[in-house]
Design a protein around this ligand. Structure first.
Ligand code: FAD
Length: 486
């Protein structure tokens, strides 16, 4: 039995490993000259940067792949003591310690919030996780089997507790009196590219994933997740073809026959598309317009990102691996992104510095800054003008807060914007998490992992169920492989 995977993103690689372990002969076709898609790296002179994801949570889903393949764990990572360093516009600095007791002390010392409220919040977050985890994350919502399980039935009875009928922000305002805590927890909406003023409070589950399960740093940097899994895949027989864009999914009636790569037909029993579902239908299946799930393809896309990779000629002791410099007015910032489809003049700036833990990512005494802001998906905005303005505003903000002229410390630079994300990874509109989770029922409306119309056609990755982000992309591979017959 032969399986073809379209795309060597993290979900494609995970699916390939699982199907190979299941006994399939697996071949991956990747358009780029390298694996990883968004989870890749760039080099600028003596500096190395992880190109996309920087926050690693739920490493157990990577471990699981090594266990499944029966191979020794090659991939090493360690748990962070500090999840993130927060800088507020009013001058407050808050260290989000992984250790709850230490974090509560920090909350008591630097905010007006009662730490008991934060503990109550985490408990609520945990409760939502226990109700939703089995149903929404680890299984398909489009499979009868899912609903025949006792844990699903229990979750359905507890549906009222998942807080789906108010926004994350409304729930956070009800929990906290200090607006710095509200902003702290509203930010978790950006973990899947959503807007806390619209996304359902069910997403307040996300802090539990970070606080309870922890945030981690892969010893070889984020890109080592990709390289380790590619090696694992090869060790179980998966074959990778790079510079091999799939042009078409070929059908035989309503059954998959194979794919065409540069005009050549490759026959397979099963095809799994790791390409964004929007492009899968609009490019690879364009000869079959009747197959298009029109409502799904019209869904709002998640936000995108603007990233400056800066080689900085100095070290900053006050910064950690993950650093957030909040805007003064979060609502205005999200309105600018979601309503005006532009960039707010005082954006929340995220600075990730992998050289804090991997010193060879920058020359001695220097740091590699991955500087990111949330921006709208690409709808034809004048990005060159927006980027120039944002760069100026970010430099002013960081320079003011850190008391240094950051612009003068930049030794080398590269920029990634929504247009490039769309071009490099074939993600429609450059959105980084597929569709947005702003609607109450967004989790139910994502495209399923199996085609409802074409036999043996499957989908994995951030644009389909269960959603974007490394853990969920890895889980999509698990759902696909559970579904594929042998
Ligand atoms: P992709 O990585 O998009 O891979 C798809 C692959 O398919 C690509 O390699 C592409 O070239 C290939 N492909 C597409 N079409 C074809 C074709 N026709 N033929 C052959 N190959 C094709 N997640 C986190 O967990 N933590 C974070 O901190 C985080 N931060 C992020 C920051 C940025 C800037 C970005 C861009 C993303 C971030 N994410 C983060 C999201 C995370 O990167 C993605 O959800 C995840 O990597 C998606 O993996 P994927 O396999 O679905 O798709």
């Amino acid at each position: 039995m032969k399986a073809i995977i379209i795309g060597a993103g993290i979900a494609g690689i995970a699916t390939a490993i699982r199907l190979a372990v299941k006994g399939y002969d697996v071949e991956v076709f990747e358009a780029n000259s390298y694996a990883g898609g968004k989870l890749s790296e760039i080099h600028l002179g003596e500096y190395r940067f992880d190109a996309g994801p920087s926050l690693f949570t739920m490493p157990q889903y990577v471990d699981e792949l090594f266990e499944l393949a029966g191979k020794a764990q090659q991939f090493k990572y360690h748990k962070l003591d500090i999840n993130c360093q927060y800088f507020y516009e009013d001058g407050t600095t808050l260290t989000a310690y992984a250790d709850e007791v230490k974090f509560m002390k920090e909350v008591a010392e630097f905010t007006d919030e009662d730490p008991a409220n934060v503990m109550r919040y985490f408990k609520n977050s945990r409760n939502i996780y226990h109700i939703t985890n089995h149903v929404f994350l680890e299984r398909s919502l489009r499979r009868l089997k899912t609903y025949l399980r006792w844990d699903t039935v229990k979750s359905i009875f507890r549906f009222g507790q998942i807080d789906a009928f108010r926004s994350m922000h409304q729930a956070n305002v009800d929990f906290f009196k200090d607006k710095r805590m509200v902003q702290f927890f509203d930010r978790y909406a950006t973990y899947n590219g959503s807007n806390p003023y619209q996304a359902p409070a069910t997403l307040n589950v996300i802090p539990h994933l970070e606080q309870h399960f922890g945030a981690y740093f892969p010893e070889g940097g984020m890109y080592s997740i990709t390289t380790s899994l590619v090696e694992l895949a090869k060790s179980v027989g998966v074959r990778f073809n790079y510079n091999s864009p799939v042009d078409e999914i070929v059908l035989n009636g309503l059954k998959v026959k194979g794919v065409k790569v540069r005009g050549e037909l490759h026959v397979a029993n099963v095809v799994v598309s790791n390409m964004d579902v929007w492009f899968t239908y609009n490019k690879l299946l364009k000869s079959y317009p009747k197959l298009q799930p029109k409502k799904i393809l019209k869904q709002e896309r998640s936000s995108s990102a603007l990233i400056f990779y800066w080689g900085i000629g100095k070290g900053f002791a006050e910064l950690d691996l993950h650093n957030i410099f909040f805007s003064a007015d979060y609502q205005a910032e999200f309105n600018a992104i979601w309503k005006e489809r532009g960039i707010y003049h005082d954006p929340t700036v995220y600075v990730n510095i992998s050289s804090k833990f991997k010193p060879d990512d920058a020359p001695a005494g220097c740091e590699n800054w991955f500087v990111m802001i949330n921006v709208p998906a690409n709808m034809g905005q004048d990005w060159d003008a927006l980027i120039a303005e944002a760069r100026k505003n970010i430099l002013n903000k960081l320079s003011q807060r850190l008391g240094e002229d950051i612009g003068s410390l930049i030794r080398c630079e590269s920029v990634l914007d929504p247009r490039a994300i769309e071009r490099i990874t074939s993600s429609y509109q450059g959105s980084i998490y597929g569709t947005s989770s702003n609607g109450q029922f967004a989790a139910f409306l994502r495209h399923a992992n199996r085609s409802p119309k074409v036999k043996d056609l499957y989908f994995c990755g951030g644009s389909v169920h269960p959603g974007g982000g490394i853990p969920l992309a890895l889980l999509s591979g698990k759902i696909v492989s559970d579904w594929v017959d042998m």
